[in-house]
Design a protein around this ligand. Structure first.
Ligand SMILES: [Zn+2]
Ligand SMILES: [Zn+2]
Length: 341
């Protein structure tokens, strides 16, 4: 099968990999309908994380081709959406609502790689969710978004306790931040402040429900949030970048007693001044989003056309042109690239 391989940082090839097959009785093999490139794929692309003939991709929708003997919730022919982390669905951590930290968790990125024609999905029952039927073509991008960026933005908004009567500030205007805006709106937030300095992303944020735009960053950005909230700070802040600056911006934008949902992946060297964290007196909850927990609800919202997160993809290319997709995201010519099979 054809698959995207990152030979070394910045070097993308679409080459041949062996067709996946059922190994464990809990496996499923799916044929991808669509996949995409993630902001987190840019970390190895830019050499921040290692890349050595790495199978790329962790977001996916597709049709089940074959299942192992113990799989009960999906069957051949089902259109499925999966999480970017494999989870068993049975362990105590999964059952408590944190499948991305399942005791059997495997990150799809770098291990399975779904920028490919097919993929073997272990623990299919605990990882995949079947859609109610075969989706119309225009629903496919939205279902694909649920696999990571929507699910992650949703978790961030939920962790930040976005809801009725709340002012939500969103740090980061990438795909996940934009999905955080959409999620905050769906969860009933009264006011949603998107922090962005890019006109195209501001427009998308407004489409998803942002009521205010703040273009300042860092301490100036936090000061603007305070100004807009009677000097108190937002009730709920979504952190969707993962740098020291963005995290401090989030903490300084949150009122005492408020909540921060943080989903920007922090890398080595990101540290926080703990004296400031101590006196900020905010709730911090984040990490790799437990997307599988939200998938049934998100798939239904998309199926019923109540949300349209698929508009976050602003460039669509065939899988064979994946290298151009990476370059477009690296150069910020695209927010999020969908790859079609
Ligand atoms: Zn992703
Ligand atoms: Zn588990």
């Amino acid at each position: 099968m054809r698959a995207v391989i990152m030979d070394a940082p910045g070097q993308i090839t679409v080459g041949e990999r062996q067709d996946p097959r059922i190994i464990e009785p809990t496996d499923a093999v799916i044929r991808l309908t669509a996949t995409c490139i993630c902001g987190s794929d840019l970390w190895p692309y830019r050499g921040v994380e290692p890349a050595n003939h790495t199978p790329m991709g962790h977001e996916y929708v597709g049709v089940v081709e074959e299942v192992g003997a113990e799989v009960t919730t999906v069957k051949p022919g089902d259109f499925v959406v999966g999480s970017f982390v494999i989870s068993c669905g049975r362990c105590e951590i999964c059952r408590s609502g944190y499948p991305s930290r399942c005791v059997h968790a495997v990150f799809v990125a770098g291990n399975i790689g779904t920028q490919s024609e097919k993929a073997r999905i272990p623990h299919a029952d605990g990882t995949l969710v079947a859609a109610p039927g075969q989706p119309d073509a225009d629903l496919v991008p939205s279902l694909l978004a649920a696999s990571d960026v929507l699910g992650t933005g949703w978790f961030a908004a939920d962790a930040a306790e976005a809801g009725p009567g709340k002012t939500v500030a969103v740090v980061g205007d990438g795909a996940v931040g934009l999905m955080g805006v959409l999620a905050a709106k769906q969860l009933g937030a009264e006011r949603i402040i998107a922090m962005s300095r890019h006109a195209d992303r501001q427009a998308l944020a407004r489409e998803y429900g942002a009521t205010d735009i703040v273009t300042e960053r860092g301490d100036e950005g936090a000061a603007r949030i305070k100004e807009l909230t009677d000097g108190l700070g937002a009730h709920s802040v979504i952190e969707a970048v993962g740098t020291e600056e963005s995290f401090l911006q989030a903490i300084r934008s949150t009122r005492p007693g408020g909540h921060i949902g943080f989903v920007g992946v922090a890398h080595e060297g990101v540290t926080l001044p703990m004296d400031e964290v101590f006196f900020a007196q905010v709730h911090l909850h984040g990490g790799p989003a437990p997307v599988r927990r939200y998938l049934p609800e998100l798939i239904q919202l998309i199926w019923d056309r109540k949300i349209n997160p698929g508009t976050v993809f602003d460039l669509t290319l065939p899988l064979d042109q994946a290298a151009e997709g990476y370059l477009a995201m690296h150069e910020r010519r695209a927010t999020k690239v969908m790859l079609t099979l």
